[in-house]
Unconditional design. Structure first.
Length: 65
């Protein structure tokens, strides 16, 4: 896989990596891991929300009145 960054992104990443004493590669991997974890959490929350909304539809309808 190749990752193409805009020049400004690459420069900002280079500066950040230098400031942190890390490689650009390590920072990108960490960002990808965080994104994947967040999206997995969002999927779980949506699934549970739909489950409980269906199970408690009558209560939710009454609260909305």
């Amino acid at each position: 896989m190749n990752l193409r960054l805009r020049e400004d992104q690459q420069e900002a990443l280079r500066v950040r990596a230098e400031e942190e004493g890390r490689s650009m590669h390590a920072i990108v991997l960490q960002a990808i891991d965080r994104y994947l974890e967040q999206e997995a959490d969002r999927t779980s929350v949506r699934r549970l929300g739909a489950k409980y909304a269906a199970a408690h539809a009558d209560l939710l309808r009454r609260l909305g009145e």
